[in-house]
Design a protein around this ligand. Structure first.
Ligand code: GLV
Ligand code: MN
Ligand code: MN
Ligand code: MN
Length: 411
């Protein structure tokens, strides 16, 4: 089979723009939280496109959707690609959607050329990658990769107490297939970089070598509610003052472990959230990232000490839980080489890169040789409605994906 076939960049772009209409926001972004009605609409559209492309579609008990294009030898494990259809509350058009639709474009291109592959090819849409409605992130690919139990994942609840299991059933995507437990020949994920490096280095393709580690914490600080007027400053047990000091420490810990550490408090709830009541309780989250596990351990110890010290100083009680740890990942040599070789043979400027964001590929790498293809995004901005990428770059990444998958499917 000719290895010179190329994807259709116009068709890929049109599909991306059509999908972005589902949950479109006024500022040009997308809000399509996992397992909402909008997520169902996006899934339905994706499934219809896959069926139009002649794929066999199956759905597992985590709502992961697999669309399979037969190979010459269907006893071989599939070469798989994909990403996610859910978004952040103020997400963009590309994070996740690109990886799913690039996979579909690979299949459509193989169809255009009547090209057979030795192994079957599958494109997958993983459920709830973002973790913004149901924590943790990447939970459904995590079950597939053996990192989480199915029952644990299905019982994850949103802030209203609705569980993933209930919501999967409600939107009609609680499938009949077991999650994982089958061989995957290789997994590739195309994604926008979500950072500024490729754009700054003027490279069209990032050959992703691995993904940095992520630790997520949930912290509850409890003091005492009291009247904002009669209560003297010295007698207060103000939970928000304690939490604010802890946020300062989170930022300090990130700055103390440069060049690579990232430390973020992205979510905070103040109770009772009334202007003339001293806050009695604060809930907040911490997201720590670093490519080196040993440094993440140091950051963890520093966080615990700082929070305990600040709580003691004000007389607050502290409940600090680590709810998720995704260790740093190094991708498989043969898949990274397939991506690099494809970028080289296609003549795209490329460079090795480490992913700062988490991806479903992290958990797939536990059960299959895995790699990722990155393309630049404008000003390195993602998890923002203004997230943008160029049509040429997303086409280039998809061409690399196609070539790498053909290589692995015929290996
Ligand atoms: C997932 O999107 C993450 O990197 O937090
Ligand atoms: Mn993503
Ligand atoms: Mn994301
Ligand atoms: Mn992500």
């Amino acid at each position: 089979m000719s290895t010179n076939i190329r994807i259709n960049g116009d068709r890929l772009w049109q599909s991306l723009m059509r999908l972005a209409e589902i949950g479109a926001t006024e500022k040009g972004g997308v809000c399509r939280l996992a397992l909402t009605d909008l997520d169902r609409e996006a899934r339905d559209l994706f499934v219809s496109w896959c069926k139009d492309a002649g794929c066999t579609v199956t759905i597992d008990k985590m709502g992961n959707i697999f669309a399979r294009r037969a190979g010459r030898d269907n006893s071989l494990p599939p070469i798989m690609t994909g990403s996610h259809l859910d978004t952040q509350p103020t997400g963009g058009k590309f994070d996740g959607a690109y990886g799913v639709l690039a996979g579909l474009e690979v299949i459509r291109t193989l169809n255009d050329h009547g090209a057979e592959t030795q192994a079957p090819v599958e494109v997958v849409a993983w459920t709830n990658e973002e973790g913004s409605r149901f924590a943790p992130a990447m939970v459904a690919s995590g079950v597939f990769g053996g990192a989480f139990d199915l029952d644990y994942a299905l019982s994850r609840a949103d802030t209203e107490g609705k569980t993933m299991g209930e919501e999967l059933k409600r939107i009609g995507y609680f499938g009949d297939q077991e999650v994982g437990g089958r061989k995957v020949g290789a997994f590739f994920e195309a994604h926008i970089e979500q950072g500024p490096i490729l754009e700054a280095e003027k490279k069209q393709v990032g050959v992703v070598q691995g993904v940095q580690g992520i630790r997520w914490y949930e912290i509850v600080v409890t003091g005492q509610e009291a009247h904002a007027g009669p209560t003297p400053m010295k007698r207060r047990k103000d939970a928000l003052v304690g939490a604010a000091r802890m946020v300062g420490h989170v930022n300090r810990i990130g700055l103390e472990h440069q060049p690579y550490a990232c430390a973020t408090v992205g979510m905070m709830q103040v109770s009772p959230n009334s202007r003339n009541t001293i806050p009695g309780k604060v809930f907040f989250t911490v997201d720590f990232r670093h490519p080196d596990e040993a440094i993440l351990n140091k950051m963890d110890a520093a966080l615990r000490k700082a929070c305990e010290d600040e709580a003691r100083a004000i007389g607050l009680s502290l409940d600090l839980k680590e709810i998720w740890y995704s260790p740093p990942v190094k991708f498989a040599r043969e898949c990274v080489s397939a991506v690099e070789g494809a970028a080289k043979s296609l003549g795209y400027a490329h460079m090795p890169i480490i992913s700062g964001a988490g991806h479903d590929a992290v958990y797939l790498s536990r059960v299959a040789p895995t790699a990722m293809v990155f393309v630049p995004c404008e000003d390195g901005i993602s998890h923002n409605e203004i997230e943008n990428a160029s049509k040429d770059d997303v086409a280039a990444g998809c061409d690399v994906l196609l070539r790498a998958m053909i290589e692995r499917a015929n290996a």
